[in-house]
Design a protein around this ligand. Sequence first.
Ligand code: C2E
Ligand code: MG
Ligand code: MG
Length: 577
Amino acid sequence: MTGTNQPDYRFTQVINSCRDAFIEVDAEFNVTEWSDQAEGLFGWTREEMAGRPVTEIVNSETSAFVREGFQTLRLNSHNGNGNGNGNGNGNENGNGEPVVVEVELLHRDGSLVLASGAMFTTGSNGNFRLGGFMHKEASSAELPGDRMHDMLTGLPNRSLFTRRLTGAIDALGRGVGSVAVVVFDLDRFKAINDAMGHDVGDDLLVAMVSRLRLAAGDVRPLLSRLGGDEFLALFESVSDGARQAAEDFAVQALAALQDPFDIGGSEIFLTASVGIASTADADADASTLLSNAAAAMHETKAAGGDGQRVFGEAMRQQVVERMTTEHSLHRALDRRELTLFYQPVVAISGTGTIAFEALIRWEHPEQGLVPPARFIPVAEESGLIIPIGAWVLEEACNQLFSWRQSGCTGPSGSVEVNLSARQIDHPELVATVESILETTGLPPENLTLEITESALMRDVVSALQVLQALKSLGVSLAIDDFGTGYSSLSYLQRFPLDTLKVDKSFVDELGLDQGTEIVAAVINLAHALGLNVIAEGVETEPQLQALQQLGCDYAQGFLFSRPVSAKELSENFALGA
Ligand code: C2E
Ligand code: MG
Ligand code: MG
């Protein structure tokens, strides 16, 4: 506070000694006085509010009304005062009559405070001031029907958060400062919710929020619930420190989850994926900052969760790249740029090929043959995997059907088609598979659907339902990339699976340290559960021999054949390869 000249200092002393909060604004609604009690009532410090339009913290549902009211007061004051005294020391009452104002202001912690008081206008023109003492009526967050807060946690919701964020970014224009947004998303929360019930899920979220509050400590960012298990925190700094504060908070918040939660007598472990984005640019917009933080959060998630990432230039480029890929992938389907390659699955005993795995490729007009790793993640994220996946199924079934029709010289056996997690979640999956089997005429026993272990373990309860429905169509089911997705054995037993595919990373370890024992254990486990075993990515003769000794059933890998086009495959078979 200034306090350099006597009258101001005494004025400040007076307003600070009152029980009620003194607030004063100028003609632009910029705060000119903000007493100690105002700090206490609304949480904002004098430094934070000085020079800032008070309308930024007025509940938007009443702000138009407040603006209008202020405007009227100002006009009255002008009329009443004419060219009058413009000293604005707080002892002049422009219009003679105080006006009782009731207004909802946003507390720094995100709650709304309903305050009222008599406001006076002073001065005129350049020196116009509107001020008065306010006291708390009731916190509207406690009132029913609040549309600005999340019912479960009491935290501000997205719309309140976005408004505060917009205000914070606008405020950057008035000096140096920075704003940072943290997106906080629990890992595997859906699975917990499904497995333990929504009440447990709710209790967990509430308990988690109190840990987040503790983790935030004195910094007190605006915390908000975006929905589901996603939370936001807003950091503002008068320097460039917002990003650092956000990173510190993320570290604290992740640490605060280390101890298990005790909900209704069961211990639950939670981890979260955190993304951070910051800006010092007053022209930035709230939605971009939020989506940048979300992109950083998704990066964390993709890297296995339980950590934090800050959005930066490299990530921005990735986002642009993804958008470009998504854009051209949209047209790839229509332009028939997608194609399937097939890789044989052979019997370890040497009795020949039993199946072909269909593996998608993109014949990109400029980039040539693009492998699935470069576009399947984009297809999954954008939802394009649904039409693409349906195309793959139909193409693979058609191909196998026509091979079978063309006589026994062509590849027969069955075809294995990969399904992504997004397809498993899609309500139409079972109907789609059923209709494709019908239209292509392929017998269901000749189709195997592969689902990665991680896709199954993401949400075991609904995966179980989908698998059972698929199984009842008569198709076979395989668990793909086994060993990479932390299977729970009890679930593995409950899934109606036929085949287990041991991930290449385990096959690579054969002959090294305990590598052989691990593969042996997996094969024994699979056999105990009545599953066939396919070893993926077999590249060498010694690997094949080791697998033979361990009693593995089938193998797939470059040792036998790389994935090849349908044309090449039928030619190979025609030659009796
Ligand atoms: P996946 O289902 O585990 O397929 C096996 C991958 O390992 C294939 O890579 C195959 O080319 C490769 N591979 C096979 N044998 C060897 C080997 O001996 N050495 C090495 N280094 N690699 C080998 P690809 O075709 O690039 O596919 C990668 C992944 O993309 C697949 O892993 C699958 O998860 C996914 N994918 C492929 N096609 C589709 C599809 O149509 N739909 C969906 N949702 N995912 C697909
Ligand atoms: Mg596969
Ligand atoms: Mg695999």
